[in-house]
Design a protein around this ligand. Sequence first.
Ligand code: URA
Length: 433
Amino acid sequence: MRAVDIIRKKRDGEKLSAKEIKFFIENFVSGEIPDYQMAAFLMAVYFQSMDFEETTTLTEAMMHSGTVLDFSDIPVPKVDKHSTGGVGDKISLPLAPLVASCGVVVPMISGRALGHTGGTLDKLESIPGFRTDLTPEEFHNAIRNVGVAIIGQTEDIVPADKKMYALRDVTATVESIPLISSSIMSKKLAEGIDGLVLDVKTGSGAFMREYEKAAQLARTMVEIGKGMGRKVIALLTNMDQPLGRMVGNAVEVLESVEVLQNSGPADVRDLTLALGARMLLVAGVADSVESALNMLEEKLASGEAYEKWVEMVRNQGGDPDAIFAPDFIKTKYNDVVVAHEDGILQKFNTLQIGLAAAVLGAGREKAEDQVDHKVGIVVLKKVGAHVRRGEPLFEVHGNDRERMHRAVELLKNSFVIGNFEPEPQPLIFEVIE
Ligand code: URA
């Protein structure tokens, strides 16, 4: 078998066999196939795409390019959630301990902020002492003893994706449904989970802004999961405005804890419950969305979900009480962005709000940038709110005057005020099973 023949076959729109796909991935990871041939292969896939069977084989080959975690010694269903990312998307923080408090194991491997979207690991690392770099043994023990842990990607999980993503980034081949789906699913399924719930976002703050493309991505990932014998449910959710009120790191931890203490903003709570209910369904511990919701609501009301959070934070070296100290979110400078006219908030450019948070230092412009955990934005008004000229729409909290100025300018252009009541938008558009 020769790499050039496989590239030519895909270039000409033919279907690749499982043997050809596996050969390509294995030999790329071992170094036999050079970057320039992988780059050509990626471009061929970008233009000619792959069917479900090819995409599933690609996912499997990528997943087996490194360590696949094995929790089979823990006789409890293991499930996880993946979000395609958004602004103010802190859902993993309340969700993982909440679901674990229902007796399901959640071995969550998360990412960092990049571009306009935040990252679960950066949020958690704002808690003094919290470690996201547990060793494989510590991760395993955490899963066995606590039932939940949230850590970062390790070098030996799906090395194929690391190398392929680096090439996709510089060859304009990121935006391909089979390549995105195999990238996400190979990493998630390498966690050794039985089921997965996907939160695929669409709207002005999403990675896939267009509804149809997001739906296609969700369907492809559900099919891959099925093809690999896992239970996968995808929710197509709204990212046309930030989730909750807080956008940043420490501020998002506080909002997550509010949800775990049985309050918090309605959208964050509702999405946490909706995703949690599907996690309980794929885990097989509930037989209907309704019974799953009842179970989750009980865990919030009884305080067991919050206790599981405290246990998880302590087990990963963090101090769960430190977040209540006033300096947890204290910044040097604070400002507000106000409405420039009377009217009704019609819509946000959510991407712009995410970029403003990144500019403040809550995210990264380049992968190697340091995150400032304390800075952030408070979204005071949401779509549909009636506002008066001069009324604050955003609070901005920063540690650098020049960054504050840039963030405020971005926020000033991130909303539209008009005269009519905007159509109410659902939080969840579609459930794909
Ligand atoms: N997230 C991933 O992990 N991979 C992609 O290709 C795109 C988004």
